[in-house]
Write a protein that binds this ligand. Sequence first.
Ligand code: GLC
Length: 529
Amino acid sequence: MSSWWQTGIVYQIYPRSFQDSNGDGVGDLPGITQRLDYLQNLGVDAVWISPIYPSPMADFGYDVSDYCGIHPLFGTMADMDRLIQAAHDHNLRLILDFVPNHTSNEHPWFLESRSARDNPKRDWYIWRDPAPDGGPPTNWLSRFDGQSAWEWDAQTEQYYLHSFLAEQPDVNWRNPDLRAAMLDVLRFWFDKGVDGFRIDVSYRAMKDAQFRDNPPNPNWREGMDPAKRVIETYTRNTPDIEHFNRWLREVADEYDDRVLIGEINLPPHELVKHYGRSLNGLHLPFNFNLIFTPWDAAAVRDLIEMYEAALPHGAWPNWVLGNHDQHRIASRVGTAQARVAMLLLLTLRGTPTLYYGDELGLLDGEIAPEQVQDPWEKMVPGLGLGRDPERTPMPWTSAVNAGFCPPNIIPWLPLNADSVIVNVASQQDDPDSMLRFTQKLIQLRRETAALNQGRYHSLPARDGVLAFARQHGAQTIWVVLNMTGEAKSWTLPDDVGETAVLLTTASNPPIITGNALPLHPNEGVILAV
Ligand code: GLC
């Protein structure tokens, strides 16, 4: 029997940008609750919400100052309780974001920790003496600005570690009390009925116990992401991460049917280790490799095969095309390929995670310099690292502010300029829209076991076409994707009998003659065999 998190589809909501219910220009929990009908109609199974906890918002909620509270901007704990209940009433699971690598520097734990060297919580964070030359203890770099990840604390005369902003001190998972407190956070939310967690930068939680320097990156050049000057051998994916994954898993296993999804930016052979030696680690270590692979049929096929081959026996795969840290898929591959990309995401073997708005083919928003919010863009401007473009508000209608917030309010990030045309209401009315296409595709995936749980194997294809089969029992489905902007033809394997087109991204189904399947530019097709 498969679990909901295996056959289901996860939908990520960036809560600041989904639906404002109280007219402050920022999305909130009651807003999400109002939109559950939409999500149910779309056909997804689970909703993951980026952090909604109290936070000074130095990194928009990924700097948590209370893991068991709700930021007033998003509502109250009663709003959260209502959302959990309402989601379940809509047959939707609710997944929260757990940020275990660091807290806010305003978290009471850190305030205590930094107050004195002999404070009982001193060791809850990572404090070190200066190097012999008086400088930072190691060459470790902050992910955002590529400057030292160590911040000097003049009062207690030691450095603390921050893998991200100085406002995000890293905690020490080797300390049993910190660990117990963090694991109790999971229990707090599981007890409330939350169905799982997406675990922020989970593969960074355990640093090298010997605090060795990271090796320099020989491929780094001026103008590249400054944090990539070193190779992160000792600051992420260290062998000890296995313990961390297991600690979390043991807590999840105290409950029925919960899921742990880890944010892990690694190639297939490395990320699959996070399933655990006997699948006792994370249920789903996120697989971001489609985001980092060139949009090319041969490269994508190689990736799929490499990932499938790397998966430990019994491990369940997963795929992602976008999230709040990556430029929108439609901007990366172009509007014409956006449907092909959606078709790929929803027909590969494994749990797909869909980023809000991608079902509309939303593009990156235009952010003027004075509208920049993301600390990353502010620290290293102009390198294209800023994440505001992919975080713009969800366009619901063609009204001013697109029904996201009242027309007379300035939303926290601007709506996309094309929101008068590209919005839920207008796409709902248009049978040829990306939204209606995505709905049909999700529906087909839901009712077709071969698609939601069948085996995968590649089919011969060349010249910019990707083709594969999904199979379950007697049911065989073929997926054929023209990943180019030119017309192509795909040759059906010889021994095939009757085939039927179940879905196409084009307006009319292709006519198969002999064993030739003609493909329009940018067309993807699903066939039943
Ligand atoms: C993760 C989050 C990102 C955040 C960072 C620090 O990568 O997805 O948004 O800035 O962790 O918490």
